[in-house]
Design a protein around this ligand. Structure first.
Ligand SMILES: Cc1cc2nc3c(=O)[nH]c(=O)nc-3n(C[C@H](O)[C@H](O)[C@H](O)COP(=O)(O)OP(=O)(O)OC[C@H]3O[C@@H](n4cnc5c(N)ncnc54)[C@H](O)[C@@H]3O)c2cc1C
Length: 313
């Protein structure tokens, strides 16, 4: 990135813009080359300023939440990476009835803190997200969830900023969620959302959350850096079962391996590079295609560019 552009960005975001910042420091996979410039936006005005700068200097924009569903390539992210993970942290109650309510959350609110907030208030319906790391903005963008419940079942409205800085609100009926995704206009940046909840006993809500958390602890390799499920489950089946059946559980490439505990997780055992993980993804796809004739699609979002080849000019 041009030094003059760096100066302009630093002047607008003093101490908040990080140049050539290794994405491995912020992704849950602990993998990824440097972002040319990473900005943590604190609120709407910061976000508008960041997109104005991107437009003025022709910089590509990449949006980030907490980086828990990302595989960033070893060459890093060109242009501006805008993260919501340290701002946009407000949450509250929009409307409250006797039996149900509408809560709201800004995009940077951590999923687990929103869940605790709802649970303490006696608001049920979000327990399915227990143990899912990341931000509420990332959860909406990914339509995060489990087999029988996803963000689409609780999202009532969503406000996003367009790349030209306008705020737009879309109601539930016009939100097009799909399996681990949400179709929004290109470049839309989710700022706030309304979430439907129903009244229940806080102790019972907590019990359901705890049960889900303990199931995750015993079935997922949570102590080793990972990015959750690598592949979407194909209709009527499980990616983990198919990978296991293809005999690839535990296989290693560089510093990464297909988890022994859960075959749809790849773990960064020892300084893995994105190319190691991409290799494992290729092997798993080819293995499952050969053994079951199924094409696996990635759930994890692959971002950024490859590292230049050694010896390349
Ligand atoms: C141990 C573990 C368990 C997991 N379990 C689950 C699970 O059960 N179910 C599940 O669905 N996922 C799961 N995940 C994946 C991940 O936690 C979710 O997808 C989460 O919602 C991602 O949030 P994030 O803030 O980290 O988003 P990121 O990973 O930073 O980003 C994900 C995508 O969202 C986009 N995005 C983020 N914020 C915004 C915004 N404000 N506006 C527009 N786009 C945005 C990014 O551009 C990117 O494409 C798991 C991950 C881990 C590590």
């Amino acid at each position: 990135m041009d030094e003059a552009v760096k100066r302009i960005i630093s002047d607008r975001f003093p101490g908040e813009a990080l140049f050539d910042h290794p994405m491995a420091r912020i992704t849950s996979f602990r993998v990824g080359g440097p972002a040319d410039c990473l900005i943590y936006v604190r609120g709407i005005e910061d976000l508008r300023a960041a997109v104005d700068l991107a437009r003025a200097h022709d910089l590509p924009v990449t949006l980030l939440g907490a980086g828990t569903n990302l595989l960033v390539r070893d060459g890093g992210i060109p242009g501006l990476a805008i993260s919501f993970a340290k701002g946009f942290r407000s949450q509250g109650i929009r409307r409250e009835g006797e039996r149900d309510a509408v809560l709201w959350a800004e995009a940077g609110v951590k999923i687990n803190s929103f869940l605790s907030y709802a649970q303490r208030g006696g608001w049920a319906g979000l327990e399915f997200l227990a143990g899912t790391p990341g931000t509420m903005g990332g959860a909406a963008a990914m339509n995060a969830g489990v087999r029988d419940r996803e963000m689409k079942d609780v999202a009532l409205a969503l406000t996003f900023m367009t790349p030209d800085g306008k705020l737009k609100t879309v109601a539930r009926d016009a939100l097009v969620f799909r399996y681990r995704g949400l179709d929004l206009p290109a470049g839309a940046m989710i700022c706030t959302m309304d979430i439907a909840v129903s009244r229940d006993d806080p102790a019972e809500i907590k019990e359901r959350m705890t049960a889900l958390l303990s199931r995750r602890k015993s079935s997922q390799p949570l102590s080793i850096p990972n990015a959750g499920s690598i592949f979407k489950n194909p209709p009527g089946d499980y990616a983990a079962r198919l990978i296991e059946q293809s005999g690839l559980k535990g296989i290693r490439a560089g510093g990464a391996a297909i988890s022994e505990l859960h075959a749809n997780f790849i773990v960064n055992l020892d300084g893995a590079r994105a190319e190691d993980i991409l290799q494992l993804i290729d092997w798993a796809r080819a293995g499952v295609q050969a053994s079951a004739g199924v094409d696996l699609e990635t759930e994890v979002r692959v971002l950024g560019v490859d590292a230049p080849r050694e010896g390349a000019a």
